[in-house]
Design a protein around this ligand. Structure first.
Ligand code: ADE
Length: 229
C-alpha cells in the first residue's frame, strides 16, 4: 500500500509534512513530491497548485510515477449546505465539474460524452472515515462536492450550483482528481474543511480561516491513515 496525499495549496500539506517521517523530496514537472512514512505506512505528499488542470497533473503523477494505489485529498471548501459552518468536515460521496458546459448541445451541465456528470468516491475509504469520525467524536458530513476553475464569492453563482447539482460544498480540484482516479482504477477520498460560504464575503473568510481549516482536514487524514490496513 502506497498512499498519495494531495492538497492544492502549501497551507493544505504543511500540517502533514510536520507529522510524517523520513521525508525525501523530488522535483518533477514543476512540482515537489515528498515521499515519507507515517505510522510505518508509505505516503507520497504533494500540493498541486490551484485548479483542475494542475490537480489532474499531480494526481496522475502520484499514481503513474510514484506508484500510489490510493489517493486521499485534504483541503478546504466553500459551504453551500446551510448546515455547514467554518471548520466543519465534509467528505464527498460524489463529485462533479460545475463549469463543464456543453448544454448548447442539449447535454446536462457537468457532462460530456463518454464521461459522467458525477464520479463516485470509494465506499471503503468513506467507511474508514466514518469509523475515525466516531472514534474522534467529530461530526463528518457526507455530500456532493462541486468543482470548478472559479473561486466562488457570489451568492447567485452559489445558488445556481446548488440548484443544478444539489451540491453541499464547492472547491477547485476534487472533481478532476476524481476523474483521474476513476480512469486509473485508484480508490480515492476527497475531504474538505469549510473555510467560507462562497458568498460575497468568501474572499475575506477564506484568508481568515484557510490555515485553521486546512489543519482540521489534515489531522483527520492522518487519523485515517493510521486506521488503514
Ligand atoms: N475553496 C474554498 N472556498 C472556495 C470558494 N468559495 N470557491 C472555490 N473554491 C473554494
Amino acid at each position: 500500500m502506497k498512499i498519495a496525499i494531495m492538497g492544492a495549496m502549501p497551507e493544505e500539506i504543511e500540517p502533514l509534512l510536520n507529522q510524517v517521517e523520513n521525508i525525501k523530496e523530488t522535483t518533477y514537472a514543476n512540482n515537489k513530491y515528498y515521499e515519507a512514512t507515517y505510522q510505518g505506512k508509505e505516503v507520497v505528499i504533494a500540493y498541486s497548485k490551484i485548479g483542475k488542470v494542475f490537480a489532474s497533473l499531480t494526481a496522475t503523477i502520484l499514481i503513474e510515477k510514484f506508484g500510489c494505489d490510493r489517493l486521499l485529498f485534504s483541503g478546504v471548501a466553500g459551504a453551500i449546505n446551510k448546515n455547514l459552518t467554518i471548520g466543519d468536515l465534509i467528505v464527498a460521496n460524489k463529485l462533479c465539474q460545475h463549469d463543464l458546459d456543453i448544454s448548447a448541445f442539449g447535454h446536462p451541465f457537468g457532462y460530456v460524452p463518454e464521461g459522467s456528470q458525477f464520479v463516485h468516491s470509494d465506499e471503503g475509504l468513506i467507511d474508514i472515515a466514518k469509523e475515525v469520525a466516531s472514534k474522534l467524536t467529530v461530526h463528518l458530513y457526507e455530500g456532493i462536492i462541486a468543482t470548478g476553475d472559479q473561486f466562488v464569492a457570489d451568492s447567485s453563482r452559489k445558488a445556481w450550483i446548488s440548484d443544478t447539482f444539489c451540491a453541499d460544498a464547492l472547491e477547485m480540484e476534487g472533481g478532476s482528481v476524481a476523474v483521474v482516479c476513476n480512469a486509473m482504477n485508484v480508490p480515492f477520498f476527497i475531504l474538505r474543511a469549510i473555510s467560507d460560504s462562497a458568498d460575497d464575503n468568501a474572499n475575506v473568510d477564506f484568508d481568515t480561516f484557510l490555515q485553521n481549516s486546512a489543519k482540521v482536514s489534515a489531522n483527520f487524514i492522518l487519523n485515517m491513515i493510521e486506521a488503514m490496513e
